[in-house]
Design a protein around this ligand. Structure first.
Ligand code: ATP
Ligand code: MG
Length: 754
């Protein structure tokens, strides 16, 4: 071909270039991490536009995260210019949500249908399980949602589900015969609410393309080229959409790595790779093995981990890059200390290597691990952003409660007053608030002075209601003077009626807001429990939190440390990566320990995490971690032992000096032994935790209050989340560590206050 030797083609090795310039027909690239798969896909699109003059409106590219799509678009823009904006590019979910909005009426939805996130879905399921009087231990929201999700991702509707022997027999043998009915109710409720969950976005797209030929034709005509990154993580539903859209021209190019398949739990199917070969006999297959991303240390350490998996296509990933630093292991006594040590390590690396915040990523297994990290980074004045999920302290209900706390501490905090004064609604409108502010300016008095004598300045009901609010704040101030931050915050949550209002709100959003407020109280409890802290006052707590919110608001995303789950990090790269929380039952996750296949998926996840690092990798674990408001002992993850020890050293400086740790520094040799020691110590420390106490004696529950820790002879330990009603009908909702949430009638329940 008479090729214009554009610069972008020079930035490719021969097999990569082949993947870029052969633009027609089905193509598959299955290759190792960091070998340039995404680069090939990106340049292929640029090449289509620049060399073959393909209209960007005719190209659809599907990525796994929106961030990946953004980055890809920017690169393409670098080659072809602003036209790249017109590419149809994004995640399966975002691209097809867009198409669904345009075609919604054909499926009986409105074009502004709501998208339920996983939290919303689980809360709705919880509600339905309760309404139908089913056992919430058997029908856990997680389990139910996974079943529904698995069905939808295999394109099985609720009607089909009820007649599908694979599902129904499995349900029956697991004593969950009502699953089909739950699926039905859930689906109908979503439909009635004009809402689709994540799986519906794909399921309904399939329905749309299947049942509306004119729609299918339209999009087949429109998209001449279809490209898919991270193909190993597509599920059947996604694959079917792709196949339908590409059926006419067959210009479909997929890239992926079976060693990085991490969504089998959500129905992703490596089988798609094999099906692809079967479905497209003319398929062109390209292999890449050279890693351009990481140091030799990181590439070889990653290989040593993934080689333990039995189910892998054979690959030999290598790199020409330098050896680089050893992987550093950080050990901490607690999750809070883990945060601190990592913040210090980042701080030091920044100084030593002139690195910027955006060179760093902290990766964790589950979102709930972000809070301890966020707090530590904030204390060290390090800008960060949490990808996927709102930063905890940015959530409305959290900001609401914190507004109260701020106003208690600072009576001149006008914004806090504005935010809290009518919350929950007590009939104080914006007009009244304006009058207060105006009066304060007019009379040269502080806002608080005016509010304290509101009836003098504001006639009628408004003034009286402000004074009621003022006396409530005063009572909290008294508490704040005498008690610590937790006692005060718990009282605010309760006496203002915030908790009660959120509890009463049985909408999907309301319930997760309620849980978030509980989590904030947990955080404050952690703060006051910290033995190293001398000042446990509300104002001490707020100083930290206020900093966080300000930092966050002003953070320039380009200049921030990235915090995210490993699942979100797929396809991305950072100079410095911290994989945190490497503990048994956390990573590998407790839910993935029951089969070899699940464990191998967790190992692939670990492999994905390791291969995100370009220059240097840190691994960390804590010996204790707060879960359910209690400190629990943890044992180091088995994955730590799976990394070839020649690539690791223990960082003594950023490791806890707790008695469990070894005295010598950089104990590469003793590394595994030390891990084992930490494990056995942990078993010893934690063994008695779930046994009911031998000397169990029920307490007088008349004093039982929200937030208290209790023990139940059958359910074990838990935390009181809500107290409801009075006298003989008094009930407590308790969140048990093992048994989940239970509502107990106190006149019968045997509870010991811990
Ligand atoms: P992953 O499996 O993690 O998704 P990948 O195979 O998609 O990785 P890329 O992200 O495309 O790999 O590339 C990894 C890094 O190597 C990027 O920084 C990319 O710019 C760089 N790179 C890829 N190919 C080359 C090349 N031929 N020359 C120089 N750098 C390259
Ligand atoms: Mg990639």
């Amino acid at each position: 071909a008479s090729e214009v030797q554009d610069d972008y083609l020079k930035e490719l090795n021969p097999p990569q270039r082949e993947g870029v310039v052969n633009t027609e027909g089905p193509t598959m690239l299955i290759a190792g991490a960091g070998s340039g798969k995404t680069r090939v896909l990106t340049y292929r699109i640029a090449h289509l536009m620049k060399f073959h003059k393909v209209d960007p409106f005719n190209i659809m590219a599907l990525t796994f995260t929106n961030k990946a799509a953004r980055e890809m678009r920017e690169r393409i823009e670098g080659v072809v210019g602003g036209e790249a904006k017109n590419l149809y590019m994004g995640t399966f979910h975002s691209v097809f949500a867009r198409i669904l909005r345009a075609e919604a009426s054909k499926l009986g939805y409105s074009s502004n249908f709501t998208i339920y996130d996983t939290d919303d879905s689980k809360t709705l399921i919880k509600q339905i399980v309760k309404e139908q009087g089913l056992d919430d231990k058997l029908y856990k929201p997680n389990v139910v949602l996974n079943r529904i999700s698995a069905a939808k991702n295999r394109l099985i509707s609720w009607r089909d589900y009820i007649n599908n022997p694979v599902f129904t027999e499995d349900d029956a043998s697991n004593m969950r015969p009502e699953m089909g009915k739950l699926y039905q109710t859930y689906a109908l409720r979503c439909y009635k609410a004009d809402a689709m969950d994540f799986d519906d976005l794909l399921f309904n797209t399939n329905v749309l393309l299947q049942e509306h030929t004119e729609v299918l034709n339209k999009y087949q005509q429109r998209f001449h080229y279809l490209l898919i990154d991270e193909f190993q993580d597509t599920n059947i539903s996604q694959y079917q959409i792709a196949k339908k859209l590409a059926a006419v021209r067959e210009n479909i190019c997929v890239v992926g790595d079976d060693a990085q398949s991490i969504y089998a739990f959500r129905g992703a199917d490596i089988q798609n790779i094999l099906n692809f070969e079967r479905d497209y006999p003319d398929l062109k297959v390209i292999k890449l093995e050279q890693n351009y991303r990481s140091t030799k240390t990181i590439v070889n350490a990653a290989n040593s981990v993934i080689n333990r998996n039995t189910a892998q296509l054979k690959k030999n990933v290598w790199t020409d890059n330098e050896d680089g630093d050893l992987i550093e292991l950080i050990k901490a006594t607690s999750d809070n200390e883990e945060g601190k040590l990592i913040a210090s390590s980042i701080f030091e690396t920044k100084m030593q290597s002139q690195a910027k915040n955006n060179d760093f990523a902290i990766l964790y297994r589950t979102n709930s691990q972000s809070r301890a990290m966020e707090e530590a980074l904030r204390r060290n004045n390090l800008k960060y952003r949490v990808v996927g999920g709102l930063s905890f302290y940015q959530r409305k209900e959290i900001k609401d409660l914190i507004a109260y706390l701020r106003f208690i501490v600072n009576p001149n905090d006008e914004q806090a007053m504005r935010r809290s004064i009518n919350l929950p609604k007590r009939g104080i409108g914006p007009g009244t608030v304006e009058k207060l502010v105006v009066a304060s300016a007019e009379h040269g008095k502080s806002l608080w002075d005016i509010m304290d004598n509101a009836q003098f300045y504001i006639s009628g009901r408004g003034g009286k209601q402000v004074e009621e609010y003022v006396s409530l704040i005063k009572s909290f101030r008294l508490t704040a003077e005498k008690k610590d931050a937790y006692d005060c915050a718990a009282q605010v949550a309760k006496n203002t009626g915030i908790l009660k209002e959120l509890y009463a709100d049985k909408t999907i959003e309301g319930m997760s807001r309620y849980e978030n407020v509980q989590e904030l109280l947990n955080a404050i409890k952690e703060f006051t429990d910290d033995p190293e802290r001398t000042d446990k006052s509300l104002s001490a707590f707020l100083q930290e939190v206020t900093l966080l919110t300000d930092e966050d608001r002003n953070a320039d995303p380009e200049e921030a440390i990235t915090l995210m789950t490993i699942h979100m990090a797929k396809g991305l790269e950072f100079n410095y990566v911290y994989i945190v929380g490497l503990e048994e039952e956390l990573f590998p996750s407790q839910m993935m320990l029951s089969s070899r296949a699940d464990l191998e998926e967790e190992r692939r996840l670990f492999y994905v995490a390791i291969t995100r690092a370009k220059k240097k990798l840190h691994l960390s674990y804590a010996l204790n971690r707060y879960r359910f408001g209690r400190l629990k002992a943890c044992e180091p993850s088995r994955f730590l032992e799976e990394v070839d020890p020649q690539f690791i050293k223990v960082n003594k400086k950023f490791s806890s000096t707790a008695p469990l740790s070894s005295a010598d520094s950089y104990v590469t040799k003793n590394f595994v032994n030390n891990l084992k020691k930490d494990r056995s110590n942990r078993k010893f420390a934690s063994a008695p935790q779930h046994q009911p106490s031998a000397d169990f004696k029920p307490s007088d529950t008349s004093k039982l209050a929200e937030g208290m820790l209790v023990e139940h002879p059958k359910f074990g330990f838990g935390k009181v989340t809500v107290i409801d009603a009075e006298g003989a009908n008094k009930k407590a909702r308790v969140d048990f560590e093992k048994a989940g949430e239970k509502t107990l009638l106190l006149s019968f329940a045997k509870l010991r206050i811990v």
